[in-house]
Design a protein around this ligand. Structure first.
Ligand code: BMA
Length: 816
């Protein structure tokens, strides 16, 4: 098969179909240079016709972009040789969204779904020599509004017309994202030429997995253009294996079985390795290969355990027969302009997730079916993916044309992604049933408009084209109320969104908590890139514009006031808001991990951002971690020591995700900020990976006479090897504590070029020690940690600078 890549330099311009072009866009009526893949917005920015919508309040000034039609064009050359092929397919991996394609002035096709690849046989439109390809994009917002008018409004959160268009729902504006409805050729575009026959969509489906052998069923689709004798060759390589089978091919369906000896199993992060195999299907004609397709796949078995128990019906995922407590975060698109996200962003964010001991990422239904780089990286890192279908927070149409479009979309998505071992759950949607049932008391989820999509259409497609992973109707969903605590999965938003404070997490007995979260502003550095000095105040209009939740900014104050002395100054406000977020997530996760496997998953909302904003993310859009990211590294660690407040004191618990029991010694101490051990107790313990346990207790009486403003608890679990864990608990809210002003000593050595080891020592108890290297992009392996009086810690840092500059700039502070 021959390819002609059509990415790269194109031209684009605005068309006044609905309204005259606004003055700001007059220049966009002439042809301008464009880059494909891309978006209208990024092309306009490159041509200096709109300002960066992320800066200040520019988002408001670029709204006109979404109300115009845009046309893209490019010329390309076709050789006689290419034209001699039987078929020439125009392959558009992603068109956003209502596109009309013309080749050499003749209409080829129209599309209306951003999420999937479109292929058209273009041979009869093409000529040898120069050809012209034009793609006209209609204004998706206006089209959606027109369709909504025809079909009637549905009950939808945020912009209601969005549900009528198969386009990333967050682009219409979300409670963390700007309204920037994009248009354009957002994924690769190319011509594929082939003759006689072609092969597509290979699927390597594991149907049996035993200790010494795996059986894989291989299917693929063959498109035959001419009658010819073909055979099929299937090969699997990798992990020391090379198996091959060649069989004669009749008709268009490929189905054959391969046995893989000595199978190497794929495990989630923290449970083992991620061996990947390479599978190839090839069409052979007279001993010559005429077409071939390859994919990566892995050997693993997913099951959902839902045996009823005293609390109801749990939701426990198992991989290769091993029950897994799912630890992770929710994922949204990493930019409002997806085509400009480099692969390095996926690599960095997902590496950060795996380094924080996450084993699951949920691809949320208001974004996109992610780019290949995302799933490939998750396969390699052992990050299980909970994959929503792209429906969020509303009713969806149940008209036949819409259901047909959804069926086609689901089939293409499942075919595209099913070989990825990382995907363990297909999920119908985000919060549709939950919101419907909440707003229509007395009505069950089945009466929601469009409910058949999630009840039968999508599970039907998944079963037919996949069948190797779990299908779950919605996030959240369960028996009885879709968002109940006793059954299925749950989103916990009473805390934060309904104004409750984070101590209420500890009352939540959800079985698998797929969303919960707390907001904090982006890091100061990221905010300063988009907010001018005059606007750097927690309550400036610009700062409030960069918080998209109704009363989001107000909540930042309400919760800061509950725990910290309110800071008016920009940097201090950001710091304290981030610490509140960090503590909130810590409390929640520690609580649910103590309930392992009654609660079997805790995925916080959200890992990443799509622009610089105050949101629930723990890593901001500049890929800089907030305090909560470092807390996550500790609260998700395989071995966790945590405190449980009980009526007459405080218990120390051990939760382990290690695969074997561990013999260790647990110590609990009551310490004063200036370093005195007031009370101490110790015990020996053999940890059981599946059963968290209370190891020790501090009786209320031992704390009675102490001043809570200057004492804290310190628990430590030490096992012979380096499987250790520790935790600390203040006895009063930080705002009521009398923190000493510790002397922090920093000793820096360069371990290799640009990499440093920092020994941090403290004279007194230091809460939330944070290191910073202003003006240098420094990445620390830990930060926002506590030190006891006389305590020390080694922090590793990589920074693109030399030792002298690093030493000069490095500063440390703790919460005062
Ligand atoms: C849930 C999510 C998102 C939302 C988040 C924060 O509703 O599914 O839709 O952004 O909470 O409010």
């Amino acid at each position: 098969m021959d390819h002609l890549n059509l990415n790269g330099s194109w031209e684009f311009k605005a068309i006044e179909a609905y309204a005259p072009v606004p003055p700001a866009a007059l220049k966009a009526r002439d042809w301008l240079p464009a880059i494909v893949p891309g978006t209208v917005h990024t092309d306009l920015m490159r041509n200096a016709l709109i300002p960066d919508p992320f800066v200040g309040m520019n988002e408001r000034d670029v709204q006109w972009v979404g109300s115009l039609q845009w046309v893209y064009r490019r010329k390309f050359h076709i050789t006689d040789e290419l034209l001699r092929h039987d078929a020439l397919l125009l392959v558009c991996e992603g068109l956003d969204t209502y596109a009309a394609i013309r080749i050499n002035g003749k209409p080829l096709a129209k599309t209306a779904n951003m999420f999937v690849e479109h292929r058209f046989d273009a041979k009869r439109f093409l000529t040898a020599g120069e050809n012209l390809l034009e793609i006209l994009f209609d204004a998706a917002v206006l089209r959606a509004k027109a369709i909504e008018k025809q079909n009637g409004p549905l009950r939808v959160a945020l912009e209601p017309h969005r549900v009528y268009v198969r386009k990333a729902q967050y682009s219409f504006g979300w409670d963390w994202g700007p309204s920037l409805p994009t248009a354009g050729i957002w994924r690769n575009i190319s011509l594929h030429a082939f003759s006689r026959a072609n092969i597509a969509d290979p699927f390597f489906k594991v149907i049996a997995l035993q200790k010494n052998e795996a059986v894989v069923e291989v299917t693929a689709d063959v498109q035959r253009i001419r009658r010819t004798h073909l055979s099929l060759r299937v090969t699997v390589t990798g992990e020391g294996t090379a198996v091959e089978r060649t069989i004669p091919l009749h008709g268009a369906k490929v189905r054959c079985r391969l046995r893989i000896p000595d199978p190497k199993l794929w495990w989630p992060n923290g449970y083992g390795a991620q061996p990947l195999y390479r599978g190839t299907v090839s069409l052979i004609e007279k001993g010559k290969q005429i077409a071939s397709q390859s994919t990566t796949f892995a050997l693993r078995k997913i099951a959902l355990i839902q045996e009823r128990d005293s609390e109801g019906k749990p939701f426990v995922l198992s991989v290769n027969g091993m029950k897994i407590f799912c630890k992770g975060a929710n994922w949204i698109p990493s930019d409002s302009f997806i085509p400009r996200i480099p692969e390095s962003t996926y690599a960095k964010l997902l590496r950060m997730a795996s380094e924080a001991h996450m084993n699951m990422i949920r691809v949320w239904g208001g974004g996109i079916y992610e780019q290949d780089a995302f799933y490939e990286t998750c396969d390699r890192l052992g990050l299980m993916v909970w994959q929503d279908f792209m429906f969020a927070c509303g009713e969806y149409p149940d008209k036949s044309w819409f259901l047909r479009a959804v069926t086609e979309e689901a089939a293409k998505v499942v075919r595209r992604l099913r070989n990825h071992a990382c995907i363990v759950v297909w999920c119908g949607n985000n919060e549709c049933e939950m919101l419907y049932c909440r707003e229509n008391p007395g009505k069950g989820p089945d009466s929601m408009t469009g409910s058949s999509i999630f009840r039968s259409l999508l599970p039907g497609v998944c079963k037919k084209l996949d069948g190797t992973r779990v299908y779950w109707r919605s996030s959240p969903f369960g028996e009885g109320s879709p968002n109940g605590e006793s059954s299925g999965t749950r989103h916990q938003w009473s805390v934060w969104s309904e104004w409750m404070d984070y101590d209420k997490y500890e009352l939540d007995t959800g079985r698998f908590v797929a969303e919960f979260g707390f907001q904090a502003p982006a890091t100061r550095r990221t905010l300063e890139e988009v907010i001018l000095p005059a606007d750097r105040h927690p309550q400036s209009a610009v700062m409030e514009h960069h918080n998209k939740q109704t009363e989001g900014s107000e909540r930042l104050f309400r919760f800061q006031a509950a725990h910290h002395r309110i800071a008016g100054q920009f940097g201090d406000f950001i710091l304290k808001a981030q610490l509140v977020q960090a503590e909130a997530l810590k409390r929640a996760v520690e609580h649910w991990r103590r309930r392992k496997f009654k609660t079997a998953g805790a995925l916080f909302w959200q890992l990443n951002d799509c622009w610089p904003v105050s949101s629930w993310s723990v890593v901001d859009s500049g890929l800089r971690p907030k305090a909560a990211y470092f807390y996550a590294k500790r609260f998700f660690a395989p071995l966790l020591v945590s405190f449980k407040r009980v009526a007459d004191g405080c218990e120390v618990w051990l939760t382990s995700d290690l695969q074997t029991g561990l013999h260790g010694r647990c110590t609990i101490a009551v310490r004063s900020f200036d370093g005195k051990v007031v009370w101490e107790k110790e015990t020996e313990f053999l940890s059981d990976p599946d059963v968290p346990a209370a190891l020790l207790k501090v009786p209320g009486a031992s704390l009675a006479g102490l001043d809570p403003a200057c004492h804290y608890l310190h628990a430590r679990y030490v096992s012979g090897n380096d499987s250790n864990a520790e935790n600390r608990l203040l006895l009063a809210e930080p705002k009521h504590c009398r923190f000493p002003r510790p002397r922090l000593r920093l000793d820096v050595t360069e371990t290799e070029s640009g990499k440093f080891a920092i020994r941090v020592r403290s004279s007194a108890f230091a809460k939330d020690v944070h290191l910073e290297c202003p003006g240098v992009d420094a990445s620390f392996d830990d930060n926002f940690f506590d030190l006891d009086a006389g305590g020390e810690k080694i922090i590793l840092c990589s920074a693109g600078t030399d030792l002298r500059k690093f030493r000069r700039r490095l500063v440390a502070a703790s919460l005062l």
